[in-house]
Design a protein around this ligand. Structure first.
Ligand code: IDP
Ligand code: MG
Length: 162
């Protein structure tokens, strides 16, 4: 039993997920949050903010040489963004699966972008693409005290570990 608990604890991860201004304006918050929640992932941080342009540039710094970088940063800072941290086993990789491919035209049906968006420049949601980016993005968007550590009553049913 202890081994199971340790294995479970070792696989626990956190990822940064954000609903971009298009998703917020289109009233898709509850639809998107519910997909992560029903899956069994745990919400440990959430806030709504309009990120300043320089903050958007920091968030997307990896893309600074791409032709769409300026438009992308203008867009991210054009309205409210719902910033979240989700926790769970494999949540970084599986979160990306729930989100779907970057271009909604190529995302698999059933994914958030396929079901709810049409073009790459308005693909409604962001998710960290790996453990390092997850760590950096969580640190950029949230202060440590804004993240909540708690045990959900559902966890033993989700993971089969007490
Ligand atoms: P990701 O959001 O799936 O991780 P990235 O390649 O990291 O995709 O790109 C970040 C964001 O930049 C995308 O979600 C999308 O909004 C935007 N983007 C990516 N490629 C293009 C493009 O070719 N034209 C316009 N916007 C793009
Ligand atoms: Mg990315």
């Amino acid at each position: 039993m202890l081994q199971e608990q340790e294995a479970h604890a070792a696989q626990m991860e956190r990822t940064f997920i954000a609903i971009k201004p298009d998703g917020v304006q289109r009233g898709l918050i509850s639809e998107i949050v519910s997909r992560f929640e029903r899956k069994g992932f745990k919400l440990v941080g959430i806030k709504i903010i309009v990120p300043p342009k320089d903050f958007a540039q920091r968030h997307y710094h990896d893309l600074k040489d791409r032709p769409f970088f300026n438009g992308l940063c203008n867009f991210l800072s054009s309205g409210p963004v719902l910033a979240m941290v989700w926790e769970g086993e494999g949540v970084i990789r599986y979160g990306r699966k729930l989100i779907g491919a970057t271009d909604p035209q190529n995302s698999e049906p059933g994914t958030i972008r396929a079901d709810l968006a049409v073009v790459v420049g308005r693909n409604i949601i962001h998710g960290s693409d790996g453990p390092e980016t997850a760590k950096d993005e969580i640190k950029l968007w949230f202060k440590p005290e804004e993240l909540v550590n708690y045990t959900s009553n559902a966890e033993k049913w989700i993971y089969g570990v007490n």
